[in-house]
Design a protein around this ligand. Structure first.
Ligand code: ZN
Length: 90
């Protein structure tokens, strides 16, 4: 019963103007911090290798442009991969 109640409330919230605007401002491809963390080492290795990780990880590339924390982690990881090589590091 409690679950049904919650579902009803969230549907009403989605209909509100402010939340719809908020949703439209968010790039739909942005994968968020959790998924970025999962794939960031692969992304950094591809960047270091001169490949184009943004083709494979489009949502991650979008996220790096909007999230300073993850962009900073990517920079640090990229520096580490370039200095020490990805294989020994991971
Ligand atoms: Zn993030």
């Amino acid at each position: 019963m409690a679950i049904n109640q919650r579902t009803t409330i969230s549907r009403q919230d989605l209909g509100s103007r402010a939340l719809v605007d908020e949703f439209l401002r968010t790039p739909p491809q942005d994968v968020g911090c959790d998924l970025t963390m999962d794939a960031l080492h692969s992304y950094a290795e591809m960047t270091a290798a001169g490949e184009n990780p943004e083709e494979l990880f489009a949502g991650l590339a979008v996220h790096l442009q909007s999230c300073l924390a993850c962009a900073g982690d990517h920079e640090a990881l990229l520096r580490a991969v370039r200095e020490f090589g990805g294989d020994e590091l991971l």
